[in-house]
Write a protein that binds this ligand. Structure first.
Ligand code: SF4
Ligand code: SF4
Ligand code: FES
Length: 220
């Protein structure tokens, strides 16, 4: 087992800024970023604050940035010299924890569900492949971290996560809402097509979600 140095950029609410801490620790070849954080917490500094849940890429709770890229800590291989930091574009709380509630609140007004009565009436649906990909979204909010157009203080642009949800609903034959109109009202045309919204699960957001909502591609 090699000894490696990792850097954790921790948000300090008293100073209202990120403070970088360097840790030197034993690193197994197949260790994940989450295992490194747990090692630091259990052996070096129990004040380190971070979130996780399932530990198996199902819940989306452990999303952080690793070397500036949104990543699931439990899925991402740890590497010597890596820099772990909180997601950007959401208000930081402490260390690696961000406040997801501004986006949650915004989403609660968007009717991001299919009416239960319609589901019952239509029964099972044929599932297009692109729908399956979009349905893999863990709601980790990692993709908003690197979107230059998203601003949690400004409701003008829904953001990549919201467009993934709207595209999924648009492809759902049981859904009765006009999701393309909804995306338009959430500023989808302001998307610069930069493709920086890299999904932690590999969903090609610009192509599959935004492309479908803009009518550039159809269901498969
Ligand atoms: S492609 Fe659009 S949604 Fe994705 S990061 Fe760029 S501006 Fe944001
Ligand atoms: S699209 Fe990907 S990065 Fe964005 S919230 Fe869903 S799983 Fe997370
Ligand atoms: S702990 Fe659940 S996705 Fe990582």
């Amino acid at each position: 087992m090699q000894t490696a140095t990792v850097l954790v950029a921790r948000y300090d609410p008293d100073q209202a800024k990120l403070v970088e801490n360097t840790y030197s620790l034993p690193l197994k070849e197949d260790a994940t970023v989450l295992q490194v954080l747990l090692h630091i917490y259990e052996n070096r500094d129990s004040t380190l604050a971070f979130r996780y849940g399932c530990r198996c890429a199902k819940c989306g709770e452990c999303a952080v940035e690793v070397n500036g890229r949104p990543s699931l800590a439990c899925l991402t291989k740890a590497t010597p010299g890596m820099r772990i930091s909180p997601l950007r574009n959401l208000p930081p709380v402490r260390d690696l924890i961000v406040d997801r509630s501004p986006l949650d609140k915004r989403l609660s007004t968007q009717r991001l569900y299919v009416s239960a009565a319609v589901c019952e009436a239509l029964g099972a649906m044929r599932i297009p492949e692109v729908y399956r990909r979009l349905a893999g979204c863990l709601e980790c909010y990692g993709c908003v971290s690197t979107c230059s157009q998203f601003d949690w203080k400004n409701e003008g642009f829904g953001g990549p996560y919201v467009f993934v949800k709207l595209a999924q609903l648009h492809l759902d034959p049981r859904d009765t809402e006009d999701r393309r109109a909804q995306a338009a009202s959430l500023g989808i045309r302001r998307c610069s097509s930069c493709r920086e919204c890299r999904c932690v699960k590999g969903i090609p957001i610009r192509r599959d979600a935004i492309g479908i909502l803009l009518g550039e591609r159809q269901r498969e």
